[in-house]
Design a protein around this ligand. Structure first.
Ligand SMILES: *Cc1c(COP(=O)(O)O)cnc(C)c1O
Length: 397
């Protein structure tokens, strides 16, 4: 079991705020400032270049990769941190495509996050006209897998609705058709227990600034299944993925296993912040987390449906097919969300009409969920969202 009152005390949460946006940017672990401070003053400040060896900077991407790996059901030694998620999508997809040289189709769905589709479009543009990104509706994915598909590239949890794909079943269907899978775990890692090994996933990627609380711009991760570890060819063949970076050979040779998915110099300061967050995750039982997440989500759905008749549930009603977020639709969703934020309840808005709320048991209590419901109900009943200052769009929604 996990003591969620104890984990909550490990986060810095501003007074008077109910935070329902940990699915977009997790809060600050209290220990992170000191941990980052040590890296800066004691390691960078005192060790200088010696930090790479003496402070273990070079091992951080794989050491932290294994700690993320526990949360996503990866075999030890098969996850590495670095770069941003968009880059990791490109890497995984390029490697998977190269392993199916006689096929030309990348299959994805319209519930995928645009950056994943954009990266696939960029890659298709590089590879040539006979490659194709095929995008179907989420419920049509299973039926669209055929023997032309090289790679099935999906985000497990839809960023707008929270709808969750059946990773195990779709992976099996892809394999039965001779295709490989790339799973994006952006809204899965830290939201519930993922079982990559059990699902037979080939490649997986994800970020650490959402549910994993690694901080803005925290490094991403990539997983390559052990059976592909020595076969996957890195498309982004940077020197730190080379077999012997400090031999400074003129020709690239991929490093051993997951090491080849490194590209360049690791973001040591950002990894230090992530390490403080993973110290909290090390205490968390993922089954307990999921149970609490479902309870918070159901409590919110029931509360909103009882008090806000003009909001329509956009998420699956069935908890088993939902991640750890709940979304409601309203044509004035943007203004409603701004009014909520002004009243201390922070969620976010996704065009065209989605109000999105993340449920994160590590630092969110049932009482806060009730508080958020009653503030939302008051805003809806009084139409206090219907004011000009709530309709001005910011750069980040
Ligand atoms: C959040 C998110 C991203 C963001 O990618 P970055 O490169 O980290 O900005 C990409 N894909 C999915 C599915 C996401 O949810």
């Amino acid at each position: 079991m996990t003591d969620f009152a104890a984990t909550r005390a490990l986060f810095e949460l501003p007074e008077g705020i109910i935070y329902l946006d940990g699915n977009s940017l997790g809060p600050l672990p209290r220990a992170a400032a000191a941990r980052v401070g040590r890296t800066i003053t004691e390691e960078w400040g005192q060790l200088l270049i010696r930090g790479w060896n003496q402070a273990g900077w070079m091992e951080l991407p794989t050491a932290l990769g294994d700690r993320v790996g526990r949360l996503i059901g990866a075999e030890p030694g098969h996850v590495v941190m670095g770069d941003t998620l968009s880059i990791k999508v490109y890497q995984a997809l390029a490697s998977a495509l190269a392993m199916r040289p006689d096929r030309r189709v990348i299959l994805s769905d319209s519930g995928n996050f645009p950056s994943d589709l954009y990266m696939a479009q960029g890659l298709v543009g590089m590879l040539g006209a006979d490659y194709e990104l095929r995008v179907v509706a989420p419920e049509e994915v299973a039926g669209a897998i055929d023997d032309r598909v090289a790679v099935l590239m999906l985000t497990e949890v839809d960023y707008r609705t929270g709808r969750r794909h059946d990773m195990k079943a779709l992976t099996a269907a892809a394999h039965a058709a001779g295709a490989l899978t790339v799973w994006d775990l952006a809204h899965s890692a830290g939201a519930f227990a993922v079982d990559l090994a059990g699902a037979g996933a080939d490649f997986a990627v994800g970020c650490t600034y959402k549910y994993l609380n690694g901080g803005p711009g925290a490094p991403a991760f990539i997983y390559v299944a052990p059976r592909h570890a020595e076969a996957a060819r890195p498309a982004l063949s940077g020197w730190l993925g080379h077999e012997a970076p400090f031999a400074f050979d003129l020709d690239y040779r991929p490093g051993r296993g997951i090491e080849r998915m490194r590209v360049g110099t690791p973001p040591v300061i950002a990894l230090a912040a992530l390490e403080a967050s993973l110290d909290i995750w090390d205490r968390v039982d993922m089954a307990a987390l999921r149970k609490a997440s479902v309870a918070l989500s159901e409590r919110f759905i029931a509360g909103v449906e009882a008090t806000c008749p003009t909001l329509t549930l956009a998420s699956p009603r069935e908890a088993a097919t939902r991640g750890s977020q709940v979304s409601f639709r309203h044509p004035e969703g943007y203004a409603i969300m701004q009014a909520l934020i002004a009243d201390g309840v922070i969620g976010d808005f996704r065009a065209p009409d989605i109000l999105r709320f993340g449920f994160t048991p590590l630092y969110l209590s049932p009482e806060e969920v009730d508080g958020a419901v009653s503030i939302l109900a008051r805003i809806m009943a009084s139409a206090s969202w219907d004011q000009p200052q709530f309709k001005v769009r910011s750069r980040v929604t």
